[in-house]
Design a protein around this ligand. Sequence first.
Ligand code: HEC
Ligand code: HEC
Length: 410
Amino acid sequence: MLPAVFRQIPLFFALAAVAGCASPEDPAASAVEGESRSGAPVLGLSSGARAQFDRGDALFERTQRDTDGLGPLYVRAACADCHRDDVRGPGFVEKLSIIEDDGVTASADQSKLPFGHSVRPYTTAGATTPVLAPQGDPRVKTSRRLGPPVIGRGFLEAVLDSEIERQELEQATRTDGIHGRVNRVTYTSEANPGSMSRLVKGDAGLVGRFGLKARIATLDDFTADAFQGDMGITSPMRPVELPNPDGLTDDDRPGVDTTLDVVNDIAAYMRLLAIPRRDLPSDPTGAALFVAARCAVCHAPSLRTRADYPIAALADVDAPVFTDFLLHDLGTALADGLDEGGASSREWRTAPLIGLCFDHVLLHDGRARTIEDAVLAHDGEGSEARASIALFRGLSSVEKAALLAYVGAL
Ligand code: HEC
Ligand code: HEC
């Protein structure tokens, strides 16, 4: 059983979501977007797919216990603690990095953090020593990451590599500073024979899509990674407990803690979560300004999905994902000091603008309470988005309101 502190919601999460959502009474719209609520599956699923969605839904909500193999160290005990209602937070991960004197660049020597870059504050199964932030060391930077939304992630997985590579090539010719890059990643898990990707350990050059720095290519790999890193639940894909100060290699459930079926059911759940139906303003001004202010360069409104993606509803469609999947240098103000999976301290994957009206806070660490705060935060020193934000600042208050209303409905 979890102590009550796990279940407390920080005050700001009790506030209303950042913008209004479509009303549930509105008539159903396109096949790509689902119902006007977060947490609903894509439309038109077979009964088998629907059953797997429901199984994955329950597993995503489930609080793992010691007897399930929780620990020896963990951050939270359920996926839904950090992805409540399938959107952002309230649970989070505190990240640690050794930084250079500039306060931003990750140091080449991270040996002061032998147990990795995540605070793992809770112990169980015989562990006594959590991984906490070293105190009073100015060279250790801590930063917070809220669990990002998981809705619409099947569309993100289904987008063609070539679409993402095309964005990179097109941006390379720009003269306004926007020049994102694909994060090429290597598959480090054991193979998952039930997966659609058929990846084997060591496969390199993959297009990173998931994680705030696009460090992982597929949803089943992310599930196995989250189980292992956030909960201490090992799986056949990630069979080893992470290093910990007590040197423990197992927990109260001997051996590998969960099964590939569980990993695949949860991955299927996230694949099948629809993009909530958007109730966009009837006045086209906001959408036009989104393009004119160059938001759409990074937040690419639509990318084509693979024709051979195994979920028919997601295959060969224009996916309204509002991301280019590329890493962008957003400058020093948003930097987290962390070099991760080929992405530097200042680089972030363009956040998909999906279901924003269901989020209570925005940006990787939840620092923004409104869409406008999130936009202005793109403007740190050295950010690729500065020209875009200058255009935003130059809009009249009526135009700004139209743009923000449009983004808030995405
Ligand atoms: C302690 C909080 C926490 C828990 C528990 C947690 N997550 Fe997350 N999740 C995060 C954070 C933080 C990120 C961003 C991580 C990164 O950038 O690598 C994330 C990212 C993700 C992403 C990538 C989304 C995207 O847009 O790229 C997926 C998918 C995901 N989590 C699924 C899961 C699943 C499935 C579980 C349970 C097995 C889970 N998470 C448990 C905090 C959590
Ligand atoms: C150079 C690429 C780039 C440009 C241009 C850009 N963005 Fe972003 N945007 C990002 C990245 C990267 C993030 C994620 C930053 C983070 O989480 O710290 C982001 C995050 C956001 C978020 C927060 C989403 C969330 O889920 O938290 C909003 C809202 C947003 N952008 C809107 C805009 C608008 C509106 C414009 C145009 C005025 C714009 N962006 C221009 C790259 C860009």
